[in-house]
Design a protein around this ligand. Structure first.
Ligand SMILES: [Zn+2]
Ligand SMILES: [Zn+2]
Ligand SMILES: [Zn+2]
Length: 134
């Protein structure tokens, strides 16, 4: 699905900045930091970029994968809705390259979490990412 089709599917108006944000997040395997996004999309106003990130995450298209030292990292969502972000994965902050990745968790762990009365689960891990560990 293209970014334009994705926006339409979520009943969001197609704007240049929304397309640009979705396109750049879709290109990367891991999460992208706010400053990298801002640099890549510097033709857009900062406030507009910030609001776009909020709108897209409110509607279940992207999520904040990690936050540290005032820097937020964003990644595309797949299977989330505006009502519910449903992330059955953990976030790995690489201790070598500093990248942030969404990593799938086991079916067993998913099943265990599903039995608990949590409203929201955030699992963070630290260590080398797949490409740094190789
Ligand atoms: Zn999500
Ligand atoms: Zn790494
Ligand atoms: Zn994620």
């Amino acid at each position: 699905m293209t970014s334009e089709e994705t926006l339409k599917e979520f009943n969001l108006r197609v704007t240049k900045i929304r397309l640009a944000v979705l396109d750049s997040l879709s290109q990367s395997v891991g999460a992208t930091s706010y400053s990298v996004l801002q640099e890549a999309l510097d033709k857009f106003d900062r406030t507009t970029l910030y609001r776009t990130l909020l709108t897209l995450s409110d509607h279940g298209l992207i999520h904040k994968a990690y936050e540290a030292n005032g820097e937020s990292y964003y990644a595309r969502c797949f299977g989330c809705t505006g009502i519910d972000h449903n992330h059955e994965h953990l976030h790995l902050k690489c201790s070598k390259c500093g990248g942030v990745e969404c990593v799938e968790i086991s079916e067993q762990l998913k099943a265990n979490l599903a039995q608990l009365p949590f409203e929201e689960v955030n699992i963070y891990a630290k260590g080398p990412c797949a490409s740094c560990a190789a």
